[in-house]
Design a protein around this ligand. Structure first.
Ligand code: ATP
Ligand code: MG
Length: 424
């Protein structure tokens, strides 16, 4: 058996061939976010563990079971970030960016959760998301939902479904929580071990249990709508009207509670039926109480979402939306000696003109150099041999059809430019 070191389970390498689709997604997403007036923010991957415990919630799966936490050499308790929102709020507070200001930001990067690795579920995965601060109105909830819609549209996705729900403000959520606890207490026999544990700490999470008996029990569980305060109820109504106005279809999922404690009022998730069990590609909602919880002097309403990039890329592949790799323009095939120098300076001129070019390195035969060019997915080989050196010319060989012609080496860039523009 080989003793070479392997990557950690659930943490994937992203190889050049795969990255084309990633870059396509990143480019389109950045452009959509720009169109909505969001600015990029980049934050550390490691934060104090307390930040996540206080924001995501001590009794959530993420904080209880999934975080990569460790003590550093100074004895500080740190964690690899399992999501992006907590860090964004921390940075906004730390740099005083929330004083009477509306802020719209987006981020992307790796997140870490110690889950059971399987298709669509990894231990290092990537999110791209947005957060907006300083607006209580339903328009903001709908703004961020419409950003996701716009992104799906730009990517060409057709299989996404929007699910929405409301969790009310904290008082109505407390009343709802009591009603749920009462209901589950009365039906304890149907609860599995996991749900019994959640009953003590986080009863809302029982609503998205995957256990069959619990799913059955949940069919008759109390609905948050009956416990909503008037303002939250109006807010939810307004969100739905605005979505209707924009022609954005949605389904209300009364069991949608999300796995992080900081949400209030609107929550949403985008799912697809094309990815099997790991069907959620984006989750988000409003979190009006989080800024205060993390030490903000006053309440700053906010909302955001995060997209799971691995799942979205997989969906793009399934829907055949990944663009093919762009072909490189030229590969320089050359004999040893003087041709090398000509090749090097020619390559520089070609790059100055904006064309991509690889110059062969090493003394191999023309035949093997041409083979390499083929393997590099190149349009044309530029051949510099003894003949070409004598006549101050370059032989251009189209690798698709083998067609070959000669251009002067002096005026090469201008001539090849002319040739390519007439061809396109
Ligand atoms: P799930 O219910 O699938 O565990 P979640 O509710 O934990 O998702 P969020 O914390 O809301 O997910 O993160 C937003 C998105 O990030 C998810 O919709 C999903 O696409 C993606 N995501 C979450 N966890 C993982 C993971 N371990 N591997 C890959 N993608 C993930
Ligand atoms: Mg999860």
């Amino acid at each position: 058996m080989s003793n070479s070191i392997q990557a950690i389970r659930g943490m994937n390498d992203q190889l050049p061939g795969d990255l084309i689709c990633w870059q396509q997604l990143e480019k389109i997403a950045a452009e959509v976010f720009r169109l909505f007036g969001y600015q990029e923010i980049r934050l550390p991957v490691v934060e104090k563990t307390e930040l996540f415990a206080r924001s995501i919630g001590q009794a959530t799966d993420i904080v209880e079971k999934e975080m990569y936490s460790f003590q550093d050499r100074n004895g500080d308790q740190l964690s690899l970030r399992p999501e992006g929102t907590a860090g964004v709020v921390r940075a906004m507070l730390q740099h005083g960016l929330l004083h009477n200001a509306i802020q719209r930001v987006w981020y992307t990067g790796p997140m870490f959760r110690h889950e059971r690795p399987q298709k669509g579920r990894y231990r290092q995965f990537h999110q791209i998301g947005v957060e907006a601060f300083g607006m209580t109105e339903a328009e903001l909830d709908v703004e961020i939902i419409s950003m996701t819609c716009q992104l799906w549209k730009q990517l060409g996705l057709t299989s996404t479904v929007l699910e929405i729900n409301t969790l009310g403000a904290s008082d109505s959520r407390l009343a709802y929580r009591s009603a749920l606890v009462e209901y589950y207490q009365a039906n304890r026999n149907s609860l599995d071990e996991d749900s019994l544990r959640r009953l003590e700490k986080n009863p809302l999470r029982i609503l998205d249990s995957k256990n069959e008996a619990v799913i059955e029990l949940n069919k008759n569980a109390p609905d948050i709508l009956e416990y909503l305060d008037d303002e939250s109820s109006q807010h939810f109504q307004h969100v739905k009207e605005l979505l209707d106005n924009l022609g954005i279809p949605y389904v209300r999922n009364p069991k949608l509670v999300r796995g992080l404690d900081y949400y209030s009022r609107t929550v949403f998730e985008w799912t697809t039926d094309k990815l099997g069990a790991q069907s959620a590609i984006c989750g988000g909602g409003r979190y009006d109480e989080l800024v205060e919880k993390l030490g903000g002097k006053k309440r700053v309403p906010a909302a955001g979402f995060a997209i799971g990039m691995e799942r979205l890329i997989e969906l793009m592949k399934i829907e055949q939306l990944c663009q093919p790799e762009k072909r490189q323009d030229f590969y320089i095939v050359q004999t040893p000696g003087a041709a090398r120098e000509t090749g090097l300076s020619l390559a520089m001129q070609i790059r100055d003109a904006g064309y991509s070019v690889t110059a062969n390195v090493g003394d191999t035969s023309f035949k093997s150099q041409l083979k390499k060019a083929d393997r590099c997915n190149v349009r044309m080989a530029l051949i510099i041999g003894e003949n070409e050196l004598e006549t101050s010319s370059i032989t251009v060989k189209q690798l698709d059809d083998g067609e070959q012609f000669s251009l002067s080496s002096e005026n090469f860039v201008a001539e090849v430019n002319k040739y390519l523009t007439t061809k396109e």
